[in-house]
Design a protein around this ligand. Structure first.
Ligand SMILES: Nc1ncnc2c1ncn2[C@@H]1O[C@H](COP(=O)(O)OP(=O)(O)OP(=O)(O)O)[C@@H](O)[C@H]1O
Length: 254
């Protein structure tokens, strides 16, 4: 579980996050949604330890980041996996080499051990047989699977995904969402996903926080989001035709 208390983050004297409190539970897909420029990426980078908030604290399974030694912070970083927007694969490396990269960086495993683990995670994301291909030779959906395999290869306790669906067709996007959710449950990971995708909210929004202009405006689940009378949230979600259609069907009792 990740618990965030009163996080403030500024750049050049301009405050971007104005005191965010949130809890991200283990074994669940925790979504961060909100308007463009509301601070979602800045917040995700604070959770990753890439940005240091000026105020507030972040607890990772009870351990407060600010109280950790440098060694403990390094260990914590090793226990984090990241799926970047656009996958961010190394073009000059094969699929297997991309997935092996964190093992080479962070472990002292023998090559046979690493090969075994790479095969295991590629099988898990249904990519067996693609080991020797280069990113340019596979589809966008397959690239996302490689990115997920790379993010979980070191058995992370925390998985962060920045817009994991961007650039994918709706059907592939749902498959990727479901894969992230399955992996989260199977390996009991604390997963935090930054998303614009209303399909993802409906599909895997087990826990959602809504940010606007650096403030936390709402927290709830995919079912509760339909019942809320918080106007800021309803204005945002019902700008999506998908939400309008689902709500209409719900009201008709379909
Ligand atoms: N490194 C930085 N230095 C200065 N300002 C920054 C930095 N990173 C982000 N910002 C500012 O913080 C604000 C929030 O940006 P952020 O990228 O977190 O928004 P977002 O909610 O992720 O938006 P989007 O959904 O469009 O990706 C923006 O005004 C942005 O210009």
């Amino acid at each position: 579980m990740i618990k965030v208390e009163n996080i403030h983050k500024s750049f050049d004297g301009e405050e971007i996050l104005h005191g965010i409190d949130a809890t991200f539970e283990t074994g669940k897909t925790n979504l961060i949604i909100g308007t463009s420029g509301s601070g979602k990426t800045v917040f995700l980078k604070c959770l990753l330890g890439l940005f240091r908030p000026e105020q507030g604290s972040i607890h990772y399974d009870g351990d407060r980041y600010m109280d950790m030694s440098e060694e403990q912070q390094r260990e914590l970083r090793k226990s984090m996996g990241m799926v970047f927007q656009g996958s961010a694969l190394f073009d000059s490396m094969t699929v297997a080499e991309n997935v092996m990269f964190p093992l080479k960086m962070f472990t002292k495993q023998k090559i046979t051990e690493m090969n075994h683990r790479v095969k295991e995670v590629l099988d898990r994301v249904n990519l067996d047989g693609a080991d020797d291909k280069y990113p340019s030779e596979i589809s966008g959906g397959m690239q996302k699977r490689v990115a997920i395999a790379r993010a979980i290869v070191n058995r992370p306790k925390y998985l962060f995904c920045d817009e994991p669906n961007s650039g994918l067709d709706p059907r592939t996007a749902i498959v990727i969402d479901n894969l992230i959710q399955e992996i989260t449950r199977e390996y009991d990971i604390t997963t935090v996903i930054n998303t614009h995708d209303m399909n993802s909210v409906l599909e895997i929004g087990e826990s959602i926080i809504f940010l606007q202009f650096g403030d936390l405006k709402w927290t709830g689940t995919k079912d509760e989001i339909f019942k809320t009378d918080n106007k800021t949230v309803t204005d945002f979600v019902y700008s999506s035709n998908l939400f309008k259609k689902v709500r209409k069907a719900q009201l008709k009792g379909l």
